[in-house]
Write a protein that binds this ligand. Structure first.
Ligand code: GLU
Length: 317
């Protein structure tokens, strides 16, 4: 039997300049794929049009190229793929797995973006609109466009994360029926990510562990759509010294900033390697990291990015 080629991906949202935490996820996904002789794809998750900017997308391409993180195939751009998401939604609809929801919860507005952990998501949806009659639906639709929700199955979804080990979540008990399309017509992150990873035949998803709690929902969608699910590897995030995850507002850690200060890519790679159990902070090249990459050395705890160490590693003081 010929082993199928590994296909990994990086799926950023161009909502700000990439910081070293984002870049580390990109690097690890790239290393995982390249070390296995596999393909590495890029996908632009720009469904939340209000938060995405063309300039951030240009910076993102430049950041990746500057580091040498190349990608195969033309990137999928989510804002151009609504037809594909609609087809998936229609399939779910034919099987009675989704329903229109007329509630006005903030969580519906946020559904186009990937949630950064369960705490971002608000309370469980109690199923208010789960059993409306056809009459109630048409009456409500006169005054308000509906969002659509997937009927989350009951019981635990279990899977084994390639770094974090076994993970179980009862989606219905914890999250409830979740949004697959917002009431302004935009597909949700949860639906788009599944449809696109399947369309790109992604075999391995490596991403930050803020998305670990989203994975059981995605597994339910894979099953409902009859699509094969990839393997998942979630890496604990890089935190600032204040204990909060690095955010696009933390300018000191923006890659574009470090590029502008004339730091060579090998210095940045050295620091990212040190945050990943793959080096001691000294400058390193991509080929050396490909040779060194192993999953079992990746940290299972959040890494703290200390500004002083950053400055040392980058020779900035
Ligand atoms: N676009 C998401 C983010 O930037 C990542 C989605 C994913 O990797 O599944 O947080």
């Amino acid at each position: 039997m010929v082993a199928a080629t590994m296909r990994g991906r990086f799926a950023p949202s161009p909502t700000g300049r990439m910081h070293l935490g984002n870049v580390r996820s990109a690097l690890l996904g790239w290393l995982q794929a390249r070390a296995a002789g596999g393909a590495f794809l890029l996908r632009i998750e720009d469904l939340d049009r209000a938060r995405c900017r063309p300039q951030f997308l240009q910076d993102l391409y430049e950041d990746l190229r500057w580091l040498g993180l190349d990608w195969d195939e033309t990137p999928l751009i989510q804002s151009e793929r609504d037809g594909v998401y609609r087809e998936a939604q229609e399939k779910l609809e034919r099987e009675g797995l989704i329903y229109p929801c007329f509630c006005t919860r903030a969580e519906i507005a946020r559904a186009a973006s990937a949630p950064h952990g369960l705490s971002d998501e608000g309370p469980r949806y109690p199923g208010t609109c789960a059993h409306l009659t056809a009459g109630q639906v048409s009456e409500r639709a006169r005054t308000r466009a509906p969002a659509y929700r997937f009927r989350a199955r009951e019981g635990e979804v279990r899977f084994v994360d390639e770094l974090m080990g076994p993970y179980a979540q009862d989606v219905q008990a914890l999250v409830g029926d979740f949004v697959v399309r917002r009431n302004d017509g935009v597909a949700s992150y949860q639906l788009a990510v599944v449809v696109d990873d399947a369309a790109s035949r992604i075999t391995h998803v490596l991403r930050g562990d803020d998305l670990l709690p989203s994975t059981p929902r995605q597994l339910q969608l894979y099953a409902a759509l009859g699509l094969p699910a990839p393997a998942f590897l979630h890496v604990p995030l890089v935190m600032g010294e204040d204990g909060k995850r690095l955010a696009k507002r933390d300018g000191a850690f923006a890659l574009a900033e470090l590029r502008a200060r004339g730091r060579p890519p090998e210095h940045v790679l050295g620091l990212l390697a040190a945050w990943s159990g793959l080096g001691d902070g000294s400058p390193v090249t991509l080929p050396a990291l490909v040779a060194r990459y192993r999953t079992d050395v990746l940290p299972r705890e959040p890494v703290v990015a200390r500004e002083a160490l950053l400055l040392d590693a980058l020779g900035l003081r």
